[in-house]
Ligand binder design. Structure first.
Ligand code: NI
Length: 199
């Protein structure tokens, strides 16, 4: 999910301050998959074990996210890997600095309230829409150190977590808007679908 209504983030991969996240120098950004790519509609498989290959994938995904300049979250599905892994880095919100988050097998445990906010998606460039989602959520998953963690989130963090978990189930934010609104976006969606290399 890209950042909206904010200044683009210029964090270089080498500036990642998450204690346990080391972006390898040889890591290169992965190719993003775009709307129309069938992989985006597939359900990702649970990660049974976190090995070096999963750790490297997480690092490459962070690198890919930072390379977009305005990304705040990415699911493995979006780089064509059908593993249940999401990464989130919302940076700063309400004067609070958030560490990058790597989450394997994320599960939405509970949700509360309802709120509408604008969303976009790195796989659907230049398309945004208002999406209604639960306002606060509890998510469980496993971090890079193989520890089970529980996150209670609201605001932007809750939104991006839900958006990225949707990706692991083959769901896109445009599935969560009305048919009428989606028809209004159909020209843009067709453009992305037909472009050989949107970016
Ligand atoms: Ni997305």
């Amino acid at each position: 999910m890209p950042k909206r209504k904010r200044k683009p983030k210029s964090t270089a991969a080498s500036d990642v301050s998450g204690e346990d996240i080391v972006v390898l120098r040889e890591t290169v950004p992965l190719q993003l998959r775009y709307y129309g790519d069938p992989v985006l509609r597939k359900r990702a498989e649970p990660v049974a074990e976190i090995t070096d290959s999963e750790r490297q994938l997480a690092e490459q995904m962070l690198m890919t996210l930072y390379a977009t300049g305005n990304g705040i979250g990415l699911a493995a599905t979006q780089v064509g890997v059908l593993k249940r892994l999401i990464i989130v880095d919302i940076g700063e919100e309400d004067d609070e600095e958030y560490e990058p988050l790597v989450l394997f097998n994320p599960e939405l445990l509970s949700s509360d309230g309802e709120i509408v906010a604008e969303e976009g998606c790195l796989s659907i460039p230049d398309v945004t829409a208002d999406v209604k989602r639960p306002e606060s959520i509890v998510v469980e998953g496993v971090n890079l150190q193989c520890e089970a963690i529980r996150i209670e989130a609201d605001g932007l963090l809750a939104r991006v977590l839900q958006h990225e978990i949707d990706h692991l189930n083959g769901v896109l934010f445009i599935d969560r808007i009305s048919g009428l609104k989606r028809r209004l976006l159909s020209e843009e969606l067709t453009r992305i679908q037909q472009a050989e290399k949107p970016y």
